[in-house]
Design a protein around this ligand. Structure first.
Ligand SMILES: C[S@@+](CC[C@H](N)C(=O)[O-])C[C@H]1O[C@@H](n2cnc3c(N)ncnc32)[C@H](O)[C@@H]1O
Length: 240
């Protein structure tokens, strides 16, 4: 029986692929991944490129960057049909995704859409290093210690959401911070937190950028692959 296997290939540095993920990639006959934009490779495809072998079939899948539920559902269904065409022939398919496959990943929707086509389809998940952990490592700071409560906001539409979690969390990670950075910077300033906050873009890749303390960065034009971390108290290993 064929298996759909989601592999988290880590935040960018190809050496952060797990041994298990790497082994499965080497055995794979069909490797699917989110298609890139404007003729460029997507990040997961880029991460596995040092290991690309001519043998497997490479299957780029289109996932539009939109919020409309109906458009997304159609894209997941179409991608599931493309993947299922191989699975139905008994061929395993691996789907590679940046970071971890269970952490805000397209794989979750793809797997659900494949299960909708075939409720008995075997699905396996190989975890990967997710971006907040990679960013903390790049900063040389533990993400959490002791009894720290960690809040992760996947996308923020208003700074009030940060204020609400800051009441109870010792550490807050803001994913997809690019579009709200200006508002967040202002809020951090008002709460005297700029010195305890950091932004990491393209963590672990050659384009990695670190901005900390944020006091000096009221305005930043950030890439999509950026996140912000703010700590109530910050421990440092390295003088970043
Ligand atoms: C849809 S989520 C995907 C998360 C991913 N599955 C993971 O495990 O980290 C995309 C967001 O993750 C964050 N992100 C992912 N990779 C990153 C990296 N290498 N450096 C900084 N932020 C990253 C950014 O906030 C980006 O907007």
């Amino acid at each position: 029986m064929a298996t759909l296997c989601g592999i988290g290939v880590g935040p960018g540095d190809p050496e952060l692929i797990t041994l298990k993920g790497w082994r499965r990639l080497q055995q794979a006959r069909v490797i699917a991944f989110p298609a890139g934009r404007q003729g460029r490779r997507g990040i997961a495809e880029e991460i596995i490129s040092p290991y690309k072998d001519p043998q497997p079939i490479y299957l780029p899948l289109e996932f539009p960057y939109v919020l409309e539920e109906e458009v997304l559902k159609r894209a997941w269904h179409k991608a599931a049909e493309q993947v299922y065409a191989y699975l139905a022939q008994g061929m395993d398919v691996v789907f590679v995704c940046e970071g971890d496959v269970s952490f805000y990943s397209t794989f979750s929707y793809l797997a659900a859409a494949v299960r909708a086509l075939d409720p008995h389809m075997a699905i396996e998940v190989i975890p990967g290093v997710c971006s907040p952990l990679a960013a903390a490592a790049s900063l040389g700071v533990p993400l959490t210690v002791g009894s720290d409560r960690l809040a992760i906001l996947p996308a923020m539409y208003h700074v009030d959401e940060l204020a609400q979690v800051w009441v109870w969390a010792e550490v807050v990670v803001l994913m997809k911070v690019r579009s709200v950075y200006g508002q967040v910077w202002q809020w951090l300033k008002e709460h005297h937190l700029l010195a305890q906050a950091a932004v990491v873009s393209w963590a672990t890749t050659p384009q990695q950028q670190i901005y900390t303390p944020l006091t000096n960065y009221p305005e930043l034009t950030l890439p999509y692959f950026s996140l912000l971390i703010v700590w109530k108290r910050r421990l440092r290993f390295n003088p970043v």
